[in-house]
Structures are given as C-alpha cells and as structure tokens.
Design a protein around this ligand. Structure first.
Ligand code: BG6
Length: 478
C-alpha cells in the first residue's frame, strides 16, 4: 500500500518475537509439571511430539541472551497452565520459580515480557473433571489460574494476553486442528464454549486491573481482513459476514461488551444459539482491554454460499490435517460463504498466504473499529531451512517475508494507526502445531529433527543478523 508520509517507528516500539510454552519449552514431565492436553496429543505422521520441543526448559538463559543479542525490546511467550497448577487446583512452587527466572533473565537485558496466559495447553486433569469449556466451571478454573499469575508476577509482567487465537479454535472447531486427535463439535457446542471462554477472559481482565493496576491486558485473536472473491454483491456480503464471525464476534464481545447482531442471527438460523447468565454480559461490558494484540498470517478470501457447498463430514474424516483444502472446508459457513484461494496472493512452500497489504488493511480496520493500541504478536514464514556444512542458514525467503510485513506496519503508522509492537513467530525454532519441527519459523536454528533431538545446538540464521540491524536502526534499515 503506497502512502506519501515517511513516518518512523515510534521511539519505544516493542520489537521482539514470540513463542509458546508447549511448542518451545519441553521438560514436559520435569519440575512437577502436570500433564497438559498437548502432552497427550497424537502427532501427525512423521512429526515429533512436544515432549522435548526446543528444550527451552534447560536453555532459557542461552535463549534469552540470543534475544538480547538481536536487540529485542519485548519477548512474547506463554505460561504452561499445567506447570503452575498441575492438577488444575494446587499451586506448583517450582513452576512459579521457573517463570520467575525467565522474567528475571528478560529484565536483566531490559526485555519486556509479554505473557500469554493460555496458549492451547489446558491441564488434562481439568478436562478429565469438566470435559471441556462447555462446562461453566472452566470459567472459574481459568480465572483462578490467572489470579495466581497476577499475584505472583505482579512486579514482573506489564503486558498480559488472555487467550491465544480463541477465534481459530472455534472457527475451525469442527475438529481439533492441532494434532491428529479428531474431535467434532456442533456449532451449538462450539459457541457455548466460545461464550464461556470470553466470560473467562473478561473476568481475568477485570481482575488484572484490580490486582496489577500498572499492567495492561488484552486479547490475542488471529485477525485478518476478508476479501470478497469477486465484486459480485453476494460475495461482498459474504465476506463481511464471514469477517464478523471470524474476527469481530470475539473482539466486539470484549471491547464493546456485545456480540455483533449478524453473528447472533447466524447462530439462531443454525439453531446454535448459546445460553448465558445475566451477569455474563456485565463482565463483558466491564472487561475494558487496554490494547488489542493479534496474530496475522494473511487474508481470507470468501465466496458466497451455495446449497451444493454443504459440509461433507465423511470427506473431512478422510482428509489429512495438513491438507489446505481440509482447513478451507472447515471454514465453510453454511448460508454465509466459503473460504477460497486468491490468485493475487502469493503462498509460502507450506501454502501459507504472503499478504502484507492485508496486514496494513487489518491494522486500519481494527484501529478504526476499536480505537485501541495494536500489537502484532505473530506473523511469520514457516519453511524448511537448510543447515549448510559450515553451519549457516541462508533464509533470505524469511527476511523477504518479514521485510514486506514490517513495511506494511509502517504503512499503517503513516496513516496514524497506533501500533506499538511487532513480535513475529518465532524468536527461535520451535515445533509447529501440526507439521513437526521441519516447518521452522525462528531467527535461530535449533539443531534437531522430527526423529532425533540431536544436540539442540542454537545456530544464528541470516535472518538473525538482519533483524538485529532492523531493531538497531528502529526499522529504518530493512
Ligand atoms: C498460530 C499459533 O496460529 O500459528 C501458533 O498461535 C502456531 O501456536 C502458528 O505455531 C503457526 O502455525 P503452525 O501450524 O505452522 O505451527
């Protein structure tokens, strides 16, 4: 997107990168950690599990030193719920100390931790007890967990994120998309879960404001603009309604304290309307997030719904999880539209969109709708990297991808959108949710593969040195 101004990045812009505990940490059975749902996940064929991951558990000092060497101002990470409350109820002091040490290490280098409370890893004990988020008691379980974090890390953490990509869990939620454990849910069950998760987040935000008055807290959905496939008016309407269901259902609830009417009417039509208690809406109205964090991996393109598009569950059961058409089938919304490919958008070797213009558009849309400061907490290029015999990784494709997206952030800043940070995925290589560790995102290579954890040596990629310069120059040397 062309703009005429040439704004600099703000002085205190939070340059950094992200990870999540289950994909990065390892130590799955160490330090009195409880079993999390991710520990029981059946990996896709040929992919490793998350038990060792990048072994950040033992390498955190080295890892944070590498982040400091790149010049990070912020590090977006997550806490494993099952490390803090192994059985969902009783505190694990070793878990508390583990993250305390990580925060101390960050502060030693003046890196601001941005901490996700929940990134896809519920203690299994809670699932054994309550089944799922369909049970309202999950709200209290989440709020009690958040309370422990606020209490213990009040002085360490100034930015909290409530729930990673809640919208994707629900939007694609006809199945558990993270591994090959397939669980199908009806829309009625999904949206009931979504409502409980939103109430839990609202209560955590209210609590955070009470217990940590100097901290800021916000949600972290996966947001992208939705393009109509053609200029046909029906495609235009489909894209707008798809966008409401994919993006605004969640953000409107937390920022405006109400659900978009288009979504409520969709749920009524689908006989999938959820139930709520009167006080729930008060919580949503009083949540008042301080900012919006969002993950961005490229635009969605929508074609209006036709009767013959009806979902075929049998077809779904037989598809591989990594098959892109599997995800597009999951993204079909009966009577609204379906997700289709876009000839104007390039793809990575893993079929992910490369759509920097969509990032500028998303930043503008979000800012205009909610008037809250924005931070990008994921965005990145998952590729197979080649380690050369002299231990280099020439990942110019990643540099190119990130450069384009940073320019897109700059274009939004030029239009006076308030963006205060950029934390791509991922700081250091970690395990992808569905495609093992060969699909890498980091600035630092971790020497392991899907079958052998090897020596887990950390090796700086070309993108490491490039990002170091970007940060040093506050975004002027791209
Ligand atoms: C985001 C998730 O949706 O996408 C991350 O928050 C995930 O946990 C990232 O790793 C990239 O997706 P994938 O499937 O390549 O790991």
């Amino acid at each position: 997107m062309q703009t005429t101004q040439n704004t600099s990045f703000p002085k205190h812009f939070l340059w950094g990168a992200s990870t999540s505990s289950f994909q990065f940490e390892g130590g799955a059975t160490l330090g009195n950690k409880g079993i999390s749902v991710q520990d029981l996940q059946q990996p896709n064929p040929g992919c490793c599990d998350f038990s060792v991951a990048s072994d950040h558990y033992h390498h955190y000092k080295e890892d944070i030193a590498l982040m400091a060497e790149m010049g990070f101002k912020a590090y977006r990470m997550s806490i494993a719920w099952s490390r803090i409350l192994p059985d969902g109820f009783h505190l694990n002091p070793e878990g508390i100390d583990f993250y305390k040490n990580i925060f101390n290490e960050c502060h030693r280098y003046h890196i601001e931790p941005i901490v996700t409370i929940f990134h896809f890893d519920i203690p299994q004990a809670l699932i054994d007890l309550y089944g799922s988020w369909l049970d309202r008691r999950m709200i209290d379980a989440y709020v009690d967990y958040a309370k422990q974090l606020f209490k213990h890390y009040k002085d360490d953490v100034h930015y909290w994120l409530t729930f990673n990509e809640q919208n994707m869990l629900i939007f694609f939620g006809a199945v558990d998309i993270m591994g090959s454990n397939r669980m199908f849910h009806s829309d009625k069950e999904l949206y009931q879960q979504a409502h409980h998760q939103l109430v839990a987040q609202a209560r955590a935000m209210i609590l955070c404001h009470e217990l940590c008055p100097t901290a800021k807290i916000g949600p972290v959905p996966n947001i992208t603009c939705c393009y109509p496939k053609t200029c046909h008016p029906l495609d235009y309407i489909a894209a707008k309604r798809f966008c409401d269901l994919r993006n605004y259902f969640y953000l409107d609830a937390l920022v405006k304290g109400q659900y978009p009417t288009t979504c409520l009417s969709y749920l009524q039509q689908q006989e999938a309307m959820f139930t709520w208690e009167a006080k729930d809406m008060d919580y949503l109205k009083n949540a008042h997030p301080d900012f919006i964090a969002f993950n961005y991996y490229g635009g969605a393109t929508v074609e209006h719904w036709k009767k013959e598009d009806a979902l075929n569950l049998e077809q779904l059961q037989n598809m591989e999880n990594h098959d892109i058409s599997f995800l597009s089938i999951l993204a079909q919304k009966p009577s609204i539209g379906k997700s289709v490919s876009n000839e104007y958008i390039a793809k990575t070797s893993y079929n992910m969109n490369i759509d920097p213009i969509g990032l500028t558009a998303t930043l503008i849309d979000l800012y205009d709708r909610y008037h809250l400061p924005l931070i990008i907490t994921e965005n990145g290029c998952g590729c197979e990297d080649e380690l050369t015999p002299d231990e280099c990784i020439h990942d110019d494709y990643r540099i190119d991808y990130l450069r384009q997206h940073i320019l897109a952030v700059k274009a939004a800043l030029d239009l006076n959108v308030d963006v205060f940070g950029y934390c791509p995925w991922s700081a250091i290589d970690l395990i992808s949710t569905r495609e093992g560790c060969r699909k890498r995102y980091g600035f630092v290579y971790v020497n392991r593969d899907d079958f052998d954890v090897k020596d887990l040596k950390r090796i700086r990629k070309d993108s490491f040195y490039w990002y170091q310069k970007v940060i040093q120059s506050n975004g002027s040397q791209l």
